[in-house]
Design a binder for this molecule. Structure first.
Ligand code: SF4
Length: 96
């Protein structure tokens, strides 16, 4: 049986076409501060898209998104605007 490799190795084989003009993830920073959602988003995202800041705001690196939808499922209402990337953009899974 062939070895499958580690998860990071397999994810690295995926291909991303990043939409430089339109991010598919936006954070309402006021809502993020009010609900303290940053640490939760950091914890649930396997791709480490979110980085919580000391002031309660949240940095987003949408280019790494695996499009799993977990963050949208757990985020407090109003914190995230999330949709699939425009046609032709986003992740193409190869091994992950
Ligand atoms: S959809 Fe998944 S991979 Fe993308 S930002 Fe949300 S939790 Fe992370």
């Amino acid at each position: 049986m062939p070895l499958l490799g580690s998860v990071p190795e397999r994810l690295a084989a995926n291909h991303y076409d990043v939409d430089e003009e339109e991010s598919h993830i936006e954070v309402d920073q006021d809502a993020a501060r009010r609900t303290q959602a940053g640490p939760l988003l950091e914890r649930v995202c396997a791709a480490r898209v979110y980085t919580s800041q000391p002031d309660g705001s949240v940095l987003v690196q949408a280019a790494a998104c695996l499009e799993c939808g977990t963050c949208l499922a757990v985020a407090p209402p109003g914190v995230l605007r999330w949709h699939y990337p425009r046609g032709g953009f986003g992740i193409a899974f190869r091994e992950g």
